[in-house]
Each structure stands twice: as structure tokens, then as C-alpha cells.
Ligand binder design. Structure first.
Ligand code: ADP
Ligand code: MG
Ligand code: ZN
Length: 503
């Protein structure tokens, strides 16, 4: 994560800087909507798949036609419980769905089924590492709800100023993860979001893709005099579609609020829309979100009572979580923190490393290859690890060939490139391309003797003190062996033959 850009009132740490007349600190709380990876919607059998023709994945239930009745999707509940357990939250023995009423074109029902006073998950925490220090951000709640449709402001379809509605997304299951107001800086907010995204990906409950809208964040922020316990008036930022833009929007808004307070003004509680291109957040033109939602219990659904045995079953099926995996990688494989952090970024990369590590004792070197060559190749080819053609075992074998001196480091790079092209086994490539390094002692001794016999004058001058000639002899041996001699052994043999000279 990059550091935040400098702010006039808040230092990079978010703590007020010295020498300011009045010091302020920011308080941030995030509401994150996560789209769950179920095949069907939360209350009907319609498909959740993305990119279908508009309004083709709809039925009377998700359109809210009269008489249609919702039926709860068990998989969505399971996913929400997975998340709740992963963050150490309490699973409410009895959760109640509630209608949240509002009018908006993308909500044909006129209400959204959500949870209000009795959410499925209460409490829990998300751990972030800020400058090497672990910080637990507490969660208020996680609740289950349905998504609304999408307004498409698509000039290309119908000309200017027209808005179309696509109801395919109506009823797609979401969890909303609500943090306590405990994040102190935009950077902490970014780390928190990155951790949440990583968690849902590890748990397999969401793609976590912010650009595609699978993970959406509303950021609440206020400022207050440094050290004050009382919360200031908050504003809510919407419309950020990357972690970086959440960070930028918060930086902007904190600066704006501090400036207002410094001029003796008052921050107005409102919702602001972030404009990524212009780098500013502005009040929504319509106050469409300033409603009384008139929540009431959803009459068409019974309270959700979760069997404790099911909760335990889900708990037992949780994967190892990112931070635990990272710590284990440090311990078990002797990796630096930095390597372990990067290798556990995704479960797929961590699995790739571990599968390979079973085939080589050189785990740090293996890590170097993965974080260097493998990631570079994925980047260059714009492919995911799933489509990377080199099986983990082959990469480990390549690491062994280099580390055991069978091939040189530069030959190793060649073999790697060839593996990416052909998917062949490293030994086969070494054989085909004649890349094997000569480490055979008697064979190299012979070459060294031959070289020294061929250059008696140089040998004499070397013995008389012309040190520089040593590299000349190494070069000759390399030439004789077409660059395949093991340089370490050649050096050693030459030293023995020429005698270690003393000044
Ligand atoms: P609302 O009723 O306005 O939605 P909530 O109490 O539900 O407010 O909180 C919504 C989000 O706003 C939570 O993530 C919470 O942490 C955050 N939040 C609440 N008050 C503040 C504040 N004064 N400053 C910053 N964030 C806040
Ligand atoms: Mg709220
Ligand atoms: Zn439907």
C-alpha cells in the first residue's frame, strides 16, 4: 500500500503535526457491501451470473410482483456465517429480516430486504498491520441483505439524458460489514479494505473485486480536536471503486472538514459523491438518501434461527486465514516477513508456494523465484496463476538444479523461460538445450591443465605478480567449455594450480 500524500493538518501517521494552532484527528468507519458468490439470488432461483442481457435474470419474486413470496437461500446464510466466524463475531441465534423502504428507479419492489435490529452477526474484528504493528478494528455487525438493480446511464443506447434500469442484480445476496468508527487515517482504511477483500477471497465467499462492484465501500468520516473523546459530525462518501480511490476520497474529505472547522464553521452531515477524475467529493444533488426508511420486520419471512451444530460444521470447514498463514510461513519455511506477506496475499499464490516447497529444501530461493520471475511473467502475460503453465513441482526442480550447481544462474533463467513456453520439465530442457553446467572435477582439471599449458608466458607473469591475469585464465576455461564450467570450481582449481600468491 502506498503512503498517503501529505496533508496540511494531519501527518502521514494521521496524528496531528507539531506546531499547528489547532490539531485535528480523523475518525473513519466503513460500511462495506460484499457480493456473495452464490449461483442463485438470495430469495429466488434466478441466476446471479454477471453480464447477461438486461432484465433476463428476473422473476416475480425479485421484481416484487404482488403475491410472490421470498425463500431464503441457504448458501447465502452459510457464506455470511463463514465471514462472521472468520472475524470472530457472534452468530445471532435469531436474526430477523427487515424491510428497508425507499423509492428509487433501480428498486422495483420499493423496498430492500435487509436486517436491522437483529443482524446475523454481531461484533468481531478485522486485524490490520500498520507499520508492523497489529491493530484490531472492531466490527459493529455483519448483516445479510439483497442488492438493488442497476441504473444504466447509457447514452450509447438511447441518447443523452436517458436512464435505463437493469433488474438482473435485484436480489443478488450481499453481506454488509459495518466497522466501528475506529480507523484513524485513510491509510488504515485502505489496509482494512485490503484485508477484508483478502478475507472474503480466502473464504471463497466473494470475488472481492472492487472494480466490478463485488465489493463496495461507503466511507464515513469525521474530524475532531486531537485527543477529544467526542465524535465529530460525520459525512458519508460514496462512489469509490478502488481501494486507492477510497484513500484519496478520505484524504480530500478530511482536509475539507478541517478547513471548515479552522474557519470556525460547522460540518454538515451529508452524503458526498466522489469524483475520481476531478479528485473531489461533492454533495449529492438530490438528497435521495436522506430518508426515513421506515424499517419493519419482513412479514413474508420467518426469523432466521441457525442450528448451533451447523455453525460448528461451518467453523470446522474454515480455511487457514491470511495472518495465521503468514506467521506459519515465517516459522515453517524460514522466510522473511516480507516474503511471507507477499506469498500469502492470495490463497492461490500461497498454495503454489507450498506445493513447490514440498520438492525443495531451498525455500527462500523458491520464494525469490516466485516473487520475481513468476509474478513478472503473470504480469507481462496478464494471466492469473491458474493459467500459469509451470507446475509448482517443476519450479522447485529448477530451483534445485540451480542451487545444486547443475546449471548456472543464467541458464536457470533460460530454462524458466522455456518452461513457460513449453511447460516441459526442467531436466528435459537442460538436456535438450545442453545447458548442464560442468561440475565434474576431473573433467575441469583437464581443461584447466590444458589452458595453463597453452599460456606458459601468462602463467609466468602471473606468478611474478600480475594478478589481473587470473580472470584471463578463468575466461579461457569458460571459452573451452562454451561457458558451461561451474565458475566456483574453476576458481578453486586455478587457485590450486597457480599457487596462492603472497604479495
Ligand atoms: P448511520 O445511522 O448514520 O448509518 P451508523 O451508526 O449506522 O450511522 O454508522 C454507520 C457507519 O458510520 C459505521 O461504520 C460507523 O463506524 C460510522 N460512524 C458513525 N459515526 C461516525 C462518526 N462520528 N465519525 C466517523 N464515522 C462514524
Ligand atoms: Mg448506516
Ligand atoms: Zn428472481
Amino acid at each position: 500500500m502506498r503512503a498517503t500524500s501529505p496533508q496540511p493538518q494531519l501527518g502521514a501517521s494521521g496524528k496531528p503535526e507539531r506546531g499547528e494552532a489547532m490539531k485535528y484527528e480523523a475518525v473513519i468507519g466503513l460500511e462495506v457491501h460484499v457480493q456473495l458468490l452464490t449461483e442463485s439470488k438470495i430469495f429466488c432461483g434466478c441466476s446471479t451470473s454477471f453480464g447477461a442481457a438486461p432484465n433476463t435474470h428476473v422473476c416475480p419474486v425479485c421484481l416484487g410482483l404482488p403475491g410472490a413470496l421470498p425463500v431464503l437461500n441457504r448458501q447465502a446464510v452459510e457464506f455470511a456465517i463463514r465471514m462472521g466466524l472468520a472475524v470472530g463475531g457472534r452468530i445471532n441465534p435469531r436474526a430477523v429480516f427487515a424491510r428497508k423502504n425507499y423509492f428509487y428507479p433501480d428498486l422495483p419492489k420499493g423496498y430492500q430486504i435487509s436486517q436491522y435490529e437483529e443482524p446475523l452477526v454481531v461484533g468481531g474484528r478485522v486485524e490490520i498491520e500498520v507499520d508492523g504493528r497489529l491493530r484490531a478494528i472492531r466490527l459493529a455487525r455483519i448483516h445479510l441483505e439483497e442488492d438493488a438493480g442497476r441504473s444504466v446511464h447509457a447514452e450509447e443506447y438511447v441518447g443523452a439524458n436517458e436512464t435505463l434500469v437493469d433488474a438482473n442484480r435485484c436480489g443478488v445476496p450481499l453481506i454488509e460489514v459495518v466497522s466501528e468508527p475506529e480507523l484513524a487515517t485513510p491509510r488504515e482504511a485502505a489496509l482494512y479494505l485490503a484485508r477484508l477483500r483478502q478475507l472474503v477471497q480466502y473464504l471463497g465467499i466473494s470475488s472481492g473485486n472492487m472494480e466490478e462492484g463485488s465489493l463496495r465501500c461507503d466511507a464515513n468520516v469525521s474530524v475532531r480536536p486531537a485527543g477529544s473523546k467526542k465524535l465529530g459530525v460525520k459525512t458519508e462518501l460514496k462512489n469509490m471503486n478502488s481501494i486507492r480511490s477510497v484513500e484519496r476520497a478520505l484524504e480530500f474529505e478530511i482536509r475539507r472538514q478541517v478547513a471548515i472547522l479552522q474557519q470556525g464553521g460547522r460540518v454538515e452531515q451529508e452524503t458526498l459523491l466522489w469524483d475520481e477524475k476531478r479528485g473531489v467529493a461533492e454533495p449529492m444533488r438530490t438528497k435521495e438518501m436522506a430518508h426515513d426508511y421506515r424499517y419493519f420486520p419482513e412479514p413474508d419471512l420467518v426469523p432466521l434461527v441457525v442450528d448451533p451444530a451447523w455453525i460448528e460444521e461451518i467453523r470446522a470447514s474454515l480455511p487457514e486465514l491470511p495472518l495465521a498463514k503468514k506467521r506459519r510461513f515465517v516459522q515453517q519455511y524460514g522466510l522473511p516477513e516480507y516474503d511471507a506477506e507477499l506469498l500469502t496475499e492470495t490463497r492461490q499464490l500461497a498454495d503454489y508456494f507450498e506445493t513447490a516447497a514440498a520438492f525443495t529444501p531451498h525455500t527462500k530461493k523458491l520464494s525469490n523465484w516466485i516473487l520475481g520471475e513468476v509474478l513478472r511473467t503473470l504480469n507481462e502475460r496478464k494471466i492469473s496463476l491458474e493459467r500459469f503453465p509451470v507446475p509448482p513441482q517443476y519450479l522447485a526442480e529448477l530451483v534445485n538444479l540451480v542451487e545444486d550447481g547443475e546449471i548456472s544462474a543464467s541458464a536457470g533463467k533460460k530454462v524458466f523461460d522455456e518452461m513457460v513456453e513449453s511447460g516441459k520439465r526442467p531436466e528435459a530442457i537442460v538436456r535438450e538445450k545442453g545447458l548442464a553446467q560442468i561440475s565434474d572435477l576431473s573433467q575441469l582439471e583437464e581443461v584447466v591443465e590444458r589452458v595453463l599449458r597453452a599460456y606458459p608466458g601468462e602463467v609466468e607473469r602471473y606468478r611474478q605478480g600480475k594478478d589481473k591475469l587470473f580472470t584471463f585464465f578463468v575466461g579461457q576455461v569458460m571459452r573451452e567449455t562454451s561457458g558451461k564450467a561451474n565458475p566456483r570450481i574453476v576458481n578453486q582449481l586455478l587457485k590450486e594450480r597457480l599457487g596462492v600468491r603472497r604479495g
